[in-house]
Design a binder for this molecule. Structure first.
Ligand code: SF4
Length: 220
């Protein structure tokens, strides 16, 4: 069975470093993590750019922003009314805690608990924020990771399977490796391990259970 570190090395060899998360500050990562919900990074990045141009990439500004203005600016990210509410909630929370610097002094478990208490912040968004904004050794357990691990191992993957898979990296505090692994899993899932996977050229093929159990007709 492929270990997390082997998976990381193979994907790194195939796709190279992904450079996640492209942001100037922890707060910008938080904003991006909300904007990218249910859309592509391209759309989220366009919304981020518009916020930046409007001088709004700070919690004080977003917390005090007129929701209608915010909605207009983040329109490219979709679900803009809901996301504007979420952003205001996140910014208000950061402001209430004295900024991201003060938040970074919280223990990971406590910070995660508080993030999960925010409107519209689920486990995936909270863990992305912990990993990329606050450099905590957590893994983002998302649909891509579940699908890839499920196919590699030939069985349905649950949260505890993902946690077991990355445990050594988490316990060793390998934040950078966890950050790279998540980014690479997303990239691999977009390029090869798609809903209809392209196994022929996949670097994981020799270690993956799925191709042997695939009942789809062979590509002509
Ligand atoms: S061999 Fe196919 S199913 Fe397995 S990881 Fe690669 S693309 Fe996904």
């Amino acid at each position: 069975v492929l270990t997390a570190i082997e998976l990381l090395e193979r994907l790194l060899g195939r796709y190279g470093p992904q450079g996640w998360w492209p942001a100037q500050s922890a707060f910008e990562v938080m904003v991006g993590a909300v904007l990218v919900q249910r859309t592509s990074w391209l759309n989220a990045a366009r919304a981020l750019e518009r916020l930046d141009e409007a001088g709004l990439l700070h919690w004080e500004q977003i917390a005090a922003c007129d929701p209608a203005i915010l909605e207009g600016l983040i329109r490219p990210a979709g679900f803009f009314r809901t996301k504007a509410r979420r952003l205001i909630g996140v910014a208000d929370y950061v402001r209430g805690h004295g900024g991201t610097e003060a938040m970074s002094r919280l223990m990971t478990g406590e910070l995660r608990r508080q993030l999960l208490g925010l409107f519209g912040v689920g486990a995936e968004t909270a863990d992305a924020i912990l990993l990329y904004a606050f450099e905590r050794p957590v893994f983002v357990d998302d649909a891509y990771a579940r699908r890839l691990l499920g196919r590699l191992h030939g069985r349905k993957t649950h949260a505890h399977d993902v946690a077991t898979f990355v445990r050594d990296l988490v316990d060793a505090g390998e934040t950078r490796k966890l950050a790279e692994l998540h980014a690479l899993v997303v990239e691999h899932s977009k390029q090869h391990c798609r809903s209809s996977p392209a196994c022929e050229q996949c670097v994981l093929r020799a270690r993956c259970v799925y191709p042997a159990t695939d009942t789809r007709p062979a590509p002509s």
